[in-house]
Design a protein around this ligand. Structure first.
Ligand code: SF4
Length: 236
């Protein structure tokens, strides 16, 4: 069995955070009226995408009625609709819609994961929960050996990736503070070069208020393409 699949099985079976184990199950019992006939996933949500991806996207955590319901990262809520539409426009996703694990969506040269794998109350994981979940991301980074650009969706995802670099990598120059399209060049263990490219999170709060617009998100993936091309690897 491929190593990524083994990791995903380990993630899905995880019960390390009592508060989140209870919350993800409670959401699935109560449900939202619009989804009352759906069976919720109600487990940790693993990463999804191309195992040879050069683009790695990292979000915060599953939405209570989004991926905690569908079982696939960024699938089933407004954030995912925005993200997959943009990935499709940029050529990283086979279709603009993401509705469930069986919708036929395929990612090309991109892999999506999250800093925390279980839906947290109020979308706010505690520092302890973030720390407990970090080893899964460390393992994913090691397995996704082709990744050259990490797009961090929101400040917590950005801080998580920088924590990972501080633990085992090195900076080429200073860490650039979080802002939309800010970039930091780092080196991971075994000399792997990586650019951390920050983006505002495509949450409804940001997209409904114009903090993040579609052209702003498109600019993130246009920049990703040029960073990948600069690595000298043909763009897929
Ligand atoms: S948040 Fe991460 S560490 Fe905590 S229970 Fe879920 S998968 Fe396990």
């Amino acid at each position: 069995m491929p190593a990524l699949e083994i990791l995903n099985r380990k993630i899905v079976a995880c019960h390390k955070c009592p508060r989140l184990v209870e919350y993800r199950a409670q959401i699935a019992r109560v449900k939202r009226r619009a989804y009352r006939d759906s069976e919720y996933w109600a487990k940790p949500v693993p990463g999804f995408g191309d195992p040879n991806a050069r683009l790695l996207l990292i979000g915060l955590a599953p939405g209570a009625h989004g991926s905690n319901r569908t079982g696939r990262v960024f699938t089933g809520d407004g954030s995912g609709e925005w993200l997959y539409r943009a990935l499709h426009r940029a050529g990283f996703a086979s279709q603009p819609h993401a509705t469930g694990r069986d919708d036929g969506l395929r990612l090309d040269d991109a892999f999506i994961t999250a800093a925390v794998r279980c839906a947290p109350p109020g979308n706010k994981p505690t520092p302890g929960e973030r720390e407990r979940c970090l080893p899964y991301l460390v393992e994913e980074f090691a397995l996704l050996a082709q990744a050259r650009v990490v797009v961090t969706l929101g400040r917590i995802a950005d801080d998580t990736v920088h924590a990972l670099v501080k633990a085992g990598g090195a900076y080429h120059g200073p860490r650039i503070p979080f802002a939309h399209l800010s970039e930091t060049a780092v080196e991971l263990p075994r000399g792997r070069p990586l650019t951390i490219l920050a983006s505002y999170h495509p949450s409804r709060q940001n997209t409904n208020t114009g903090v993040l617009t579609e052209p702003m998100l498109d600019a993130v993936f246009a920049r990703t393409r040029s960073l990948i091309a600069a690595e000298g690897i043909p763009v897929a």
